[in-house]
Design a protein around this ligand. Structure first.
Ligand SMILES: [Cu+2]
Length: 470
């Protein structure tokens, strides 16, 4: 296996080679080279080789599309096509995307750049690309039927406009949208400010990712496109924990994270250990007087948020959607709650018939993270992730912000687990346990005790459906 270090060094070299050869080998009259990415790793930031300088972003488990300059126009080539996306190590999905991946590559330009994007359609049906949030001529807005004919399968269309305002944007199809977005067609777009901007801070690290969701049956590889709400895979950039790379920063870095939501529900994105401010949306940078500290920001459907903070607390800090079902992987929701039900005897009987049978949920669901129940091939465990202290019991929209003193500027390699200073980890109390003091048995005068507390706790046992009772 290629180590992360070798991979990052190699990836930088490949990217540089592509950026140079794209200009020298291809005639400027023809199409720009279609650069394809086959890996789901986080690529190092693509330093601009030409055009106006800017401080590039890092796309989580993604990459930035190289371009060529053609008479002062930045030319990109997007290829809409079926792709195989690794959602987590060893777990692959058959999606639709751009240039080999879902989401497609991030497009980075500078305010005032004239941009020409060639879009080649290698899908089995027509498509279009809508440039979400951009100021542009109406005919470049990418709404098939309304502002342009759809791009037929096999054809290439050209979009051209000036990136008029700096900010955080995205792109996605506006043709058979339900299918094409359910299949993973989307990408990030960042327009950097051309000069220093009063509302856009310079940061040391600038991360971006899109929220997307899939409904893929355990053992299958293709999303169900008719699903409206009950998705089973909640992703950052079409990756699920533990497949999502950490956001690695140096202590005291100024950090920006840009998030866009192309799922069917809202996601309250929560960061541990630090407070941030929302400094911009897809509508532009927010006024300074409108900013307040938060540790969670809700990103509604079709919205984008950029947050900024000073990473001044060392450690491995969780960064996740706060909806607890969105930090789980493939799971069924039609399972009765079994907390408190003792079914040891039932398990023993069933295991005689089905050796792999396991009971879920009698003490809560945490056992799910550690058990070795066989899963269908190509299925993500519901929750997993081996941390330094055991299972993290997470999946889906979960990763970590890793803040390290010794991390070098520009180094995004995973530093491993945080080494906690002695005496700074929660620990077990080993002294005497006193009888808990009850707070007066009842509320105050407005909440008098109605009846004495019952000695017994009643448990309603519901038999799982499909199993005949005896
Ligand atoms: Cu969520």
């Amino acid at each position: 296996m290629v180590s992360r270090r070798d991979f990052f060094l190699g990836a930088g070299a490949i990217t540089a080679a592509v950026a140079t050869s794209a200009v020298s080998r291809v005639s400027l009259a023809g199409l720009p080279e279609a650069v394809i990415q086959t890996k789901a790793d986080t690529m190092p930031p693509l330093q601009p080789q030409n055009g106006r300088p800017y401080n590039p972003v890092v796309t989580l488990n993604g990459w930035t599309l190289p371009w060529r300059m053609n008479n002062e126009v930045k030319e990109f080539h997007l290829v809409a096509e079926p792709v195989v996306r690794e959602l987590a190590p060893g777990y692959k999905a058959h999606l639709w995307g751009y240039n080999g991946q879902s989401p497609g590559p991030t497009i980075e330009v500078v305010e005032g750049d004239r941009v020409r994007i060639f879009v080649t359609n290698k899908l089995p049906e027509h498509t279009s690309v809508h440039w979400h949030g951009q100021r542009l001529p109406n005919g470049m807005d990418g709404v098939s039927g309304l502002t342009q004919p759809a791009i037929p399968a096999g054809k290439t269309f050209v979009y051209e406009f000036v990136a008029r305002r700096p900010g955080t944007f995205m792109y996605h199809p506006h043709a058979d949208e339900m299918t094409q977005m359910a299949m993973g067609m989307m990408g990030f777009w960042v327009t950097h400010p051309k000069d220093s901007h009063p509302l856009i801070s310079e940061v040391d690290r600038d991360f971006c990712f899109l929220l997307n969701a899939y409904d893929i049956e355990p053992g299958a590889a293709t999303p169900k496109i008719m699903t409206m709400l009950d998705f089973n895979l909640w992703t950052f950039n079409s990756r699920i924990f533990p497949g999502i790379d950490p956001l690695v920063v140096r202590k005291d870095d100024k950090v920006r994270i840009r998030v866009g939501n192309l799922t069917m529900t809202n996601h309250p994105i929560h960061l541990h250990g630090h407070e941030f401010e929302v400094t911009g949306t897809d509508g532009g940078p927010t006024a300074k007087g409108s900013r307040w500290p938060e540790v969670t920001t809700d990103v509604a459907v079709g919205q984008m948020r950029q947050v900024e903070f000073l990473a001044d607390e060392e450690g491995d800090w969780a960064l996740h959607c706060h909806k607890s079902h969105h930090t789980m992987n493939s799971m069924g929701h039609d399972i009765p709650t079994l907390v408190g039900v003792d079914h040891r005897d039932m398990t023993r009987k069933i295991a005689k018939l089905i050796p792999d049978y396991m009971v879920m949920g009698e003490r809560g669901m945490a056992d799910m993270a550690e058990m070795q129940m066989p899963l269908p091939d190509n299925t993500a465990p519901m929750m997993t992730g081996d941390g330094p202290f055991g299972s993290v019991e997470m999946g889906g929209m979960f990763t970590m912000l890793k803040v390290r003193k010794e991390q070098q500027p520009g180094d995004y390699r995973d530093p491993g687990w945080f080494k906690h200073p002695a005496g700074s980890v929660a620990y077990e109390w080993r002294g005497e346990l006193a009888t808990p003091a009850r707070s007066g048995e009842a509320g105050g005068q407005s909440m008098p005790l109605q009846q004495p507390p019952s000695e017994t706790v009643e448990v309603q046992v519901r038999k799982p459906s499909g199993h005949a009772g005896h």
